[in-house]
Ligand binder design. Sequence first.
Ligand SMILES: [Zn+2]
Ligand SMILES: [Zn+2]
Length: 183
Amino acid sequence: MRLDLRPLLSGDKLLTFDFDLSLDRFSEDTSAYLNGVSFPSPMKVSGRITNTAGYMLLTLSLSVDYSTVCARCLEPIEGSFALDLEKTVASKDMAEDIPEERLDDYVIIEDGSLNLDEQLIEQLEMEFPSKILCKDDCLGLCPRCGRSLNHASCDCGKDDIDPRLLPFKALLDKMDSDGDNQD
Ligand SMILES: [Zn+2]
Ligand SMILES: [Zn+2]
């Protein structure tokens, strides 16, 4: 979406906006989708630019629905992700003086307008969690039988011994077998 900033540049104090940004590029059949997450509907973006004596500040909120699987138990998850952003609006001339590492704090006006699409996509890629869990205490899958331990427990772990105790178990077994030998 291209926002026309000419009214602000000629003295208006406020511009509000509200638009949808397509996330087709992350659909499941493009293989480019983000961290195994797909976005079934467009990103919703709304915000404002205020102009205070020539200093322009952009504030916006974005939200996006996603579907993915739990990073531990592989259960499907649908959720929504939201983010608030605040950036200084700078002209191209000003942009030349901005140190590279601070460029993230700015959006740059080009030909009297702002195109936020690429920046919003980049922001989503940066901020979207790389791992999503179905719940904080998800128990995951049994490493032996693959069953989800959230729904039922399995018998695989029953005979397990704390690995730190293994040396003692070996010792006990040895004592046992020594004892057997004496019989
Ligand atoms: Zn899970
Ligand atoms: Zn198991």
